[in-house]
Design a protein around this ligand. Sequence first.
Ligand code: AVI
Length: 320
Amino acid sequence: MLMEMTRVDPAFRADVLAGFAMRPQRAIPARWFYDRQGSELFEAITALPEYYPTRIETALLEAHSGEVGRIVGPGRAVIEFGSGSSTKTPHLLAAVEPAAYVPIDISGEFLRESAAALTDAFPKLSILPLEADFTHPLDPPPGVASLAKLGFFPGSTIGNMVARTAVNLLRAMVETLGEGAMLLIGMDRVKSPDILIPAYDDAAGVTAAFNLNLLHRINRELNGDIPVDAFRHRAIWNDDQARIEMHLEALRDLAFTIDGERFAMAAGETVHTENSHKYGPRDAKLLLRAGAWTPIREWTDGEDKFALILAEARASGTAP
Ligand code: AVI
């Protein structure tokens, strides 16, 4: 029988094998959610009634992009980190009147699709997609080297990183964008678990499917035989760490193999698959400062559920 050959990503294989072997808590990095199915499920999450971040952030951009444009001025290069499907970007581009737009994403497929959609909407704008891992400092395309930069990092994706990783990323962004650059970043606020838990465990089960797709992906790409039906999705509010944690919980004692390696899990054991950190107003600013960004303006919705923060890469001018 001919087996369908998928190319094994060695980094995916290494993270999955190490993650299932990890003690005391098994854990797999959240970035592996986003294969084609996972990306589509995430798009579906953003439209769920319980998942407020996308709706609120889009409304904030609609309402305040004009003011962002007045503060940052025209003619910058807008550099979007992890552009994904770029649905929020048109509001910003229309208001900021940039000289160029550089969407950066690790997935070339998504990047090309979203760049093509934006070319239709902004035919005169120079769009220069960059397929790259933005967690490390990058050289922007030569055409934008001399332009002042505005980084755009929406979606509260920063929340998916622990503080140390988030600070490293923010500092890498300063290196990529240069001193004097600005950054518009979306950050989700700490709020009641009564709102947070349903946002990550919706009634229609889309977030559960998104989480469980990781196991399907492992079976598909790493020749696994994980009994996916024997797992359930869990969303837990970790108050001490101010984060939602997603886990996959074994419903019974079970054993499986991944790429020939054997694993056993006891009923009730979990694999930790995602953190989504939430930031109070002061925490958000402290995180930015630790990442070498000075916050200069902030916009939130009436219930303070989500914040858009504009920051500048410059020394704060105060004593060390
Ligand atoms: C991409 N990221 C900001 C989402 C979040 O809210 O942490 C991922 C997500 N996971 C479950 N629902 C959405």
